[in-house]
Design a protein around this ligand. Structure first.
Ligand SMILES: [Zn+2]
Length: 147
């Protein structure tokens, strides 16, 4: 994760947005805050359940949905063989993802040049860009040789 990509604190955002926090929700918020790997619901559940074994998979599903609706986390559907939705806390600025198609690792990066270019393209078509999503799917150098 790049240092300059700052993820916002889910717990703080929930408090600001008036989302009622229970101790289980707090635990789940903490797990997502501290996960740098864009985990799916099952991974979030594993980690949250380790901290509090009363937390069920159903609770994690409900809480993730609640956080998503409150716009304090971002849902990603990194489509490249893998169909599971993955989550992360929101960030102040948009950022991009490179997905390793073998390991499923997600690397975050920023690309101001691309942002400028996308604005220029939209501008020419009479649009103002309000958001974009750039996902790169890659293979590590070592794997490239196999191909
Ligand atoms: Zn990210």
């Amino acid at each position: 994760m790049e240092k300059n990509i700052k993820h916002l604190d889910i717990y703080e955002l929930c408090k600001q947005n008036g989302v009622k926090m229970t101790s289980q929700r707090e635990t789940i918020a903490g797990v997502i805050n501290n996960s740098k790997d864009h985990p799916d619901v099952e991974k979030i559940y594993e980690r949250a359940n380790k901290k509090n074994n009363k937390i069920s998979l159903a609770t994690v599903y409900r809480t993730v949905k609640l956080f998503e609706d409150a716009k304090v986390i971002i849902k990603h559907e990194f489509k490249f063989g893998e169909e599971k939705a993955r989550y992360e806390s929101v960030t102040k600025w948009e950022h991009n993802h490179l997905i390793d198609v073998i390991s499923g690792d997600v690397v975050e990066f920023q690309n101001p040049g691309f942002e400028k270019l996308s604005k220029k393209i939209a501008d020419k078509m009479g649009y103002k860009v309000i958001g974009y999503k750039l996902e790169l799917f890659g293979l590590k150098e070592a794997c490239k040789k196999i191909k």
